[in-house]
Structures are given as C-alpha cells and as structure tokens.
Design a protein around this ligand. Structure first.
Ligand SMILES: C[S@@+](CC[C@H](N)C(=O)[O-])C[C@H]1O[C@@H](n2cnc3c(N)ncnc32)[C@H](O)[C@@H]1O
Length: 458
C-alpha cells in the first residue's frame, strides 16, 4: 500500500470512521494568513534601546575588573541554580554579589528581550486616573516595569505609580535605581516607584495598609510562580514537594500544587477592588513554566476569570484534554534584536540561544465577557511533517480544541489565523486534534528563482 494511502487511515471522523483528507479538501481549502502576532516583529527600536540599556546597567552596577572577569562563570553558576539545583532556591540568591551581577547583566536583559516583544503587541489595560498603580510581584530588579518602559513609549510620560514587590529588599532597591536611570537616560519624567518587601503569602495585607487599591489597574508577575510554588512543604506531610513538570502526573503532588495555585489566586483577589482587574502572569517557556500556566488558567476559570490572552477562547485548555500530548503551552520567537554587549557576555558564558520562548497568561476578573467577534486560532507549535498532510503542519489552539493546520510553515508561533465556518470532523488519531486542510502558500519570487536555479537580473 502506498505510504500516503496508509497514513491517511490515521485520520478518523468522530465516530472512528476512516476519512480521506481528499474529501475534506474537495469541499474547501483555505490559505492560512496571519491576522495578528503575539510578538512584535518590527525590532528596530528595540534593538536601539537594548544597546542603550547597557549604560543603565553600568551606572547602577559598575563592574570592577575582578567581577568582570568572573561574570561568565557567575552566569553559568546562577543558571545551574535556577534550572537544575532548584531545591537551593529557598536560599535567596540576591544576597550573593556574584549572582546579582550575573542576573543584571545576563538574565535581566534576556528577559527584557522576551517581555518587550510581548508587551509591544499585547492588549494590556490602559492606565487611567490621576496616578494609575501597577503592582509587580516578585519584581526582582524591576524586570517587568523596565520591559514596559522599553516596550510602551506612550506609557513613559504617564504619571504611573509602580509598586515593586519582592521578598528581597536589596534587589528591590536595585530595581528602583534601574528605573530611575532609565528615565534619566531616556529623558522622561521618572515614574513614582514604591517598594514592598514581603513574602508572597502576605502581599495583600501589606499592600492594603499602604496603597489605594482603587488605583490598581494591573498586577503582574514574571518568572516567580515557579519559585513560589516550589517552597518547602512543612504541613502537608509530603516528603518530596519539589515542583517539577512531572508534579502533575502524580495525584498527590498535583493536588498540593493546585492548592498552592488557589492560594496564590486568593491572595491576588484580596488586592482587587470592585471593578474589573487584570492579572498578567509570565513564566519561562519550559515544560514546567507552561504547565504552571495551564493549571493556573484552569484554577482561574473555576474562579470566574476570563482569559484575555494568549488563548483565543475561554474554554478549557485543549492541551489538558484528550489523549494527552507531550507538548505544553508556550510560544517561541527567534532570538533577535540582541545588542552586541549582550551577545558578547552570552558567548563568554557559552549559553547562546537561537530561540526565545515564554508562557504568558493575561487574566481578567469581574468584567463582562466581550462578545466573540471572530472565530480564530493561535499557532502553538513549530512546523513539522505529518504523514498524509501536505507541507508542514502546526498545532493551533482554538475554542474547538486543538487543531492541526496543514501547510502552515509560513506562520509563526503566536500568530492568529481566522477559521473557516465549517471545520469538518477529521481528527488526527495521535493527538485528537481536528485536521484542517490548508493550501500551499506561493513562494516569494526570489526563492522560486533560487530553487529553479535562475539567476536574478543584476
Ligand atoms: C527569577 S526571579 C524573577 C525576577 C523578575 N520578576 C524577572 O522576571 O526577572 C524570582 C523572584 O521572585 C522572588 N520570590 C521568590 N519566592 C518569593 C516569595 N515567596 N515571596 C516573595 N518573592 C519571592 C525572588 O526573590 C526573585 O526576585
């Protein structure tokens, strides 16, 4: 039997009947076109700003030559701690000067590259009122406020009040100094910055005694939940309470971490006044980060939050349904707009990256659902070959569950596409995703010429 014919048998209707893709193609085939992208694609301004940002770092944390010589090794050591020796995260790394320099000169700028490209395109709530307040949880060196400063030039001149929260007073002071230097270098009026040092479990109580929650328009947290959930477990009697991506495969561990996610949401809700409130959570695009976001999303839905982004729907997460794919929710972009100074430091530490990934989630509480105007899907995965499908396919997330789009290599992770009215019922047996045929995109003329060996005219 021809390979193609054999592979088509893998696709079935909902009743389990074999169905040829050709039947579906005969009815209609769309050309997938990107309607919007999760990440900014015009990087000229970002590249300039990131080059300039080195001056901010040098002014706040000048490196003596001994520290400069040790920087690459300090970055490697901190990377090890943050990714592999996670049990030691209970000891705050901010009290170690080597790690502070490593974070500021390597982790902070790489996080800025990820976050600025997201923030530039994400529909965040607009700051309103006389002094709109943003609370950044686990702020570290004010990474999220700095990314907002770089990504949103229109916000730079607003009278924003930024409350930076962390358990470490030391890093909070560094963050405040970085924000002040950035404002000075970009010649904009500095934002009001307040520092709130407290453990996450007490943030609401401490916040409410000092600030007016009616001014609060956005609560953010980046790269924090994986540490907060990882805390030692004294009460539940579990011997192994380390958070890993596999934690959700074990019933007992899963219920512990789900309880901690609920505690986190409960703490956040104490901060919210009566009006609509937004919570933006960001985690690394690792399996662990993605899983945290997927489970946080489900807990939030149970508590009547709406999901504003990145999901194009408010249904249950398709990646938590069905036969259980090995993938997780995350989005990837090419590592671009890298300033030379960061390229150099990264090369010295031998931690080069070609792609950047992250798992974002923008939630909204106490706001009426907006009428869905169009039926769209968001591209989740890289392009890959699927036997029987033309070109390279990509998984996409939609209110109909997981989709497998044929001929989708020209799209990018995080792009949205408009869906046809009738999706058919052809499913991929392995993933359970609905298969949607797509037409092959015409190749740009210059590529055609290269492939056919024709030379371009000079
Ligand atoms: C990986 S850093 C992220 C910093 C910053 N948000 C960023 O994205 O670069 C995690 C931060 O969370 C803070 N943190 C961890 N557990 C915490 C807790 N239980 N309460 C308050 N802050 C916590 C740490 O001190 C650290 O600054």
């Amino acid at each position: 039997m021809a390979r193609q014919e054999k592979s088509l048998r893998r696709h079935t209707t909902e009743q389990g009947q074999p169905l040829a893709l050709a039947e579906l193609r005969a009815e209609r085939t769309v050309l997938w076109q990107s309607r919007s992208s999760l990440f900014a694609k015009n990087l000229e301004g970002l590249s300039r700003d990131m080059t300039r940002f080195e001056q901010v770092l040098r002014r706040v944390r000048p490196l003596a030559s001994a520290h400069r010589d040790d920087l690459a090794q300090a970055i490697v050591d901190l990377s090890h701690l943050l990714t592999q020796e996670r049990a030691d995260l209970a000891h705050p790394y901010w009290s170690n000067p080597r790690f502070v320099s490593a974070y500021l000169y390597y982790f902070l700028p790489w996080n800025l590259l990820r976050l600025t490209r997201l923030f530039a395109n994400l529909a965040l709530p607009e700051p309103k009122g006389t002094q709109p307040l943003l609370l950044d949880l686990g702020s570290g060196p004010a990474t999220v406020p700095l990314a907002l400063f770089l990504a949103k030039p229109a916000w730079r001149r607003l009278p924003l009040h930024i409350v930076c929260h962390d358990r470490s007073q030391h890093v909070l002071r560094l963050g405040k100094a970085l924000l002040a230097e950035a404002a000075s270098l970009w010649q904009t009026p500095p934002w009001t910055v307040s520092l709130l040092a407290s453990p996450m479990e007490q943030v609401a109580q401490r916040f409410l005694t000092r600030f007016d929650r009616r001014e609060l328009f956005l609560v953010t947290q980046a790269n924090v939940l994986n540490e907060v959930l990882n805390r030692k477990n004294r009460h539940q009697g579990l011997s192994q309470a380390m958070l890993s991506a596999k934690a959700w495969d074990d019933e007992e561990q899963a219920s512990l971490f789900e309880q901690r996610l609920e505690d986190f949401l409960e703490e956040i809700e104490r901060l919210f006044a009566d009006g609509p409130q937004h919570l933006l959570c960001l985690e690394p695009g690792t399996r662990l980060g993605g899983k945290i976001m997927m489970h946080l999303r489900e807990k939030a839905r149970e508590r009547d939050y709406l999901v504003d982004a990145p999901c194009p729907h408010n249904q249950a997460c398709p990646l938590l349904q069905g036969p259980g794919l090995r993938t997780w929710c995350h989005y990837t972009m090419a590592a671009e707009a890298l300033p030379q100074w960061l390229e150099e430091i990264t090369r010295q530490a031998r931690l080069e990256k070609h792609a950047l990934s992250l798992a974002p989630l923008l939630l909204r509480k106490r706001a009426p659902a907006q009428a869905q105007t169009e039926d769209s899907a968001r591209i989740l995965s890289a392009a890959f070959a699927v036997p029987g499908l033309a070109g390279r396919a990509r998984y996409a997330c939609s209110r109909h569950g997981l989709l497998l789009l044929e001929n989708a290599e020209h799209l990018a992770s995080g792009d949205t596409v408009l869906l046809p009215r009738d999706l058919g019922r052809l499913r991929d047996r392995k993933s359970g995703a609905l298969i949607l045929p797509g037409a092959r995109q015409a190749e740009p003329a210059k590529n055609r010429a290269r492939h056919t060996g024709k030379r371009k005219k000079a």
